[in-house]
Design a protein around this ligand. Structure first.
Ligand SMILES: Nc1ncnc2c1ncn2[C@@H]1O[C@H](COP(=O)(O)OP(=O)(O)OP(=O)(O)O)[C@@H](O)[C@H]1O
Length: 272
């Protein structure tokens, strides 16, 4: 079945941001944490966003999810301001997979309830059609149907991350922001999850923003890499160009900091 979503482009155009910029009683101007950032994610394309802690990666993710508005610049979906879209339209456009599948899933809900929640919250379908969609999505991410009535604590880390990925896809988004989706997992399951993400991208034409501090991991997955330092894009280019021919000293520093040991899951490439 062709589950591809319509082709889309999500773009940050010359975006600056400061926390608290909309505050009414602020006496001093808030410090900027993003400065004139441009990033475009198109369907079927993976953009890797790398930078140290505090460089602004999560803030960019929030802007792309519509959870924050720019101080300057625009966030556009196919040329339309993201903020002009309804909550449902935004939720159907961009979803997120978090780093930690332990804390991102409701511990008191079964897997079936967790996966049905996005449809239920947005009033989509009835209980029967939601159940069918949950089973279809569990199959798509490689979870056997017996897991439907289990709780997150009964699953392994890799299985939980499959649930988190399935939940992100329940509303058929076009763009997925993956925030270090494998860094909390055992090395042995990291490549399985990355392969699943790549397979789902091929099937559905998803656009990914893959956020990481680890350039070596991103180099294996991304078409384009954007390097962020102190809220500024200091380098961008094809994954191979940035990784093998870095032009900026900060990029070289990041590569040096993340060189992988030979037995790492990524050192030999992500298995096909
Ligand atoms: N809610 C907030 N209020 C005020 N400042 C914040 C808030 N969230 C983040 N910041 C600041 O914004 C800057 C960018 O933070 P951000 O979380 O986007 O970086 P990051 O690259 O995602 O870091 P990490 O890799 O640690 O998640 C940092 O200086 C941070 O202290």
């Amino acid at each position: 079945m062709n589950t591809a979503t319509p082709a889309s482009t999500l773009a940050l155009e010359n975006v600056s941001f400061a926390y608290g910029h909309a505050g009414l009683f602020r006496r001093t101007p808030p410090g900027r944490v993003l400065h004139g950032v441009d990033i475009r994610i198109a369907s079927g394309v993976t953009v890797g966003l790398v930078g140290e802690s505090g460089s602004g990666k999560s803030t960019i993710a929030k802007l792309m999810l519509g959870l924050a508005t720019p101080l300057e610049g625009r966030v556009l979906l196919d040329g339309q301001p993201l903020q002009a879209l309804s909550r449902l339209e935004r939720a159907r456009t961009v979803q997120m997979v978090f780093q930690d599948p332990y804390s991102s899933l409701n511990p008191r809900a079964t897997i079936a309830e967790i996966l049905a929640a996005p449809l239920r919250v947005h009033g989509i379908g009835d209980a029967a059609s939601r159940g069918a969609e949950v089973r279809r999505m569990m199959d798509a991410v490689g979870l056997v149907s017996a897991f439907a009535q289990r709780y997150p604590r009964e699953l392994s880390g890799g299985q939980r991350q499959r649930v988190a990925i399935a939940r992100a896809l329940m509303l058929q988004p076009r763009i997925v922001v993956c925030d270090e989706p494998t860094s909390a997992l055992d090395v042995s399951v990291q490549s399985q999850i990355l392969n699943l993400l790549l397979e789902l991208q091929r099937e559905r034409g998803l656009g990914y923003l893959f956020v990481s501090h680890n350039l070596a991991v991103v180099q294996h997955l991304a078409d384009e890499i954007v390097v962020l330092q102190g809220g500024r894009v200091v380098e961008r280019g094809t994954a191979n160009a940035v990784y093998f021919r870095p032009g900026h000293a900060y990029t070289r520093q990041l590569i040096g900091a993340t060189l992988l040991p030979p037995d790492s899951a990524f050192a030999a490439g992500v298995p096909a």
